[in-house]
Ligand binder design. Sequence first.
Ligand code: NOJ
Ligand code: CA
Length: 702
Amino acid sequence: MLLLVLLFVFFISELVSPVTIHSPSGKISLTFTLSSSGAPQYALRFKGRDVILQSRLGLTAADGLNFSEGFMIEKTDSLVFDETWEPVLGEVKQIRNHYKELKVTLSKSEDKKRIMILIFRIYDDGAGFRYEFPAQEHLKYFIVKHEFTEFRLTGDHNTFWIPGDYDTNEYEYSETRISKINALRGQNSSEISTRSIIGDNGVQTPLMMKSDEGLYINLFEAALVNYPAMHLTADREKYILTAHLTPDAVGNKAYLQTHARTPWRTILVSDKAEDILASKMILNLNEPSEIEETGWIKPVKYVGIWWEMHVGTSSWNYSDVNNVKIGETDWNSLKPNGRHGATTERTKVYIDFAAKHGFDAVLVEGWNVGWEDWFGSWKENVFDFVTPYPDFDVEEVHRYAASKGVKMIMHHETSGSVTNYERRMDEAFSFMKQHNYDAVKSGYVGRIIPRGEFHDGQWMVNHYIHAAKKAAEYKIMINAHESVRPTGLHRTYPNWLANEAARGNEFNAWSAGNPPSHETILPFTRLMGGPMDYTPGIFETKMSFYYPDKKEQVHTTLAKQLALYVTMYSPLQMAADYPENYERYPDAFQFIKDVPVDWDDTKILSAEPGDYIAIARMEKGSETWYLGAITDENPRTMKLPLDFLNTGVVYTAVMYADGKDAHWETNPKSYMISKKNVKAGDTLELVLAPGGGAAVQFLPEK
Ligand code: NOJ
Ligand code: CA
């Protein structure tokens, strides 16, 4: 909902370069320059300090089209924009979108006249710019070959990076100087099913950096629509990062038809790390909701038949045969393997559990035929999304869930066969509606069929949006796994609740896992673009609990698993552990039951990428506050001023903290719960164990 828009146009003396434009408060400035050879360039400063030195802009296209030099300035336009809008679901009730815009219309007329417009928006916490190609006589269709957008940095900044990869983001982060980036080193290749690494100097965005002078800089993109995702390649000697677009199966980058525009290239900057996490610039650079009536879009806290497959006590597949085929196999004739997770009976256990503890929904994976044949192959028609296994009675599950007031979440694993999914999508969504499902978890494990497109290429970027729009037609909410990382499009498609698109908690079940620093980095990187279905809430953190020989484990304490519900914003959150495990720790489980997933306010209290994060949030439509604090592998004592609480109100703080001897590796399940009265102005001391955390609920006294 839009609350208020103010707009006024001001003029900058035309046709001159350089042109400098300041953010509303003046903190940030961007200078546009057209070089003597007509090459567009820009530079960015924060409080008078250089952030991005004069850097190249432009792109080239097939047929010798060069949009990087030989330009003249046709005109410049500027305006100030100020609006306040309300997200459908979110971290805060209202968002202010306040920027100054500079629009530079460039033309070149070597043979024929062609026009490219550069649009810059300067906010108080950063800047975004995009290339726009208006409809014009001599430019109708063109194929982007290279984008030259550069970010020339002022030094060898400390950088939190994952390898640039066209297919996956499911990596551990490395923290090094730019000069030490080596994206080919030390990545365990067997953990991720489909990988397409760019090279030793390629990294992904969002890229988080910190300069020696204490500036926090984040490079990313917003509104990724009809264009490939942008990675960056690093010049490790000159500290220059250059856009690297994901190609398609034949090496082209983007097929465009004018009027066309690229996503926004974004730079966030502040001398406080907290400002990076509080920024709403990425959302603001996206278009308002295309969905008018949004009353059906609801936050979802869920449980599901899922972790047990990752742990290995259940299977997705019903039988262990390996020669099955949709349309031919008689599923009733298969011999069950005895470990199938998605049975009607087991689903009822989860439905009962959800109903008893107030969860909105239950996810069931492995309910549909085809799982005997899904992994590590390149096959069409593995799944049809409408045929349940013989031991999963959709009608009965529907009836039972409805009788308990619980929603079911559908699962659509596509195994990379996107053509198959698109063909069957209407049927699949209709099937969902018939059986009362209004949310779907989709998945894109494997190489993309039929042409070997990459997960981050233009073709797939358009597919994910197509799926979100199609789902909206059916009033269905979406959670896509193995998709491109989000870029704020949940403003435009608020039914697109969350994505995976990073290394989730599941890696802790079957791989080297996620180091204790992982969750202190994700909010500065992957979460910049939108919510993640991280699936927190694991209480039995050691896989030896199930199989004595297993070494895998979650790399946090139990209390940190609770804190993640606050530090990792998502309107869709799972309580991922087995119901039986929660039943054994009812006092700690109480926090997961209470914590909301939709908020009226958020305060970033304290943060440092790679080290720690503390965030407080106020529940939607309530005065109750929640606080999550997490640390990396180092123990930490945090002293947090409770300035966010309403003055004059006494709160009961219910604190879920690490036990005295807690440690993510040696003693993860040691926790303690205590209560005390607090008020605004007090300081709360929290002691976090190595790999630990704390979760606090502040209940206003009546
Ligand atoms: C990968 C997803 O991230 C995971 O959550 C899911 O269980 C499997 N694919 C199977 O679809
Ligand atoms: Ca995944």
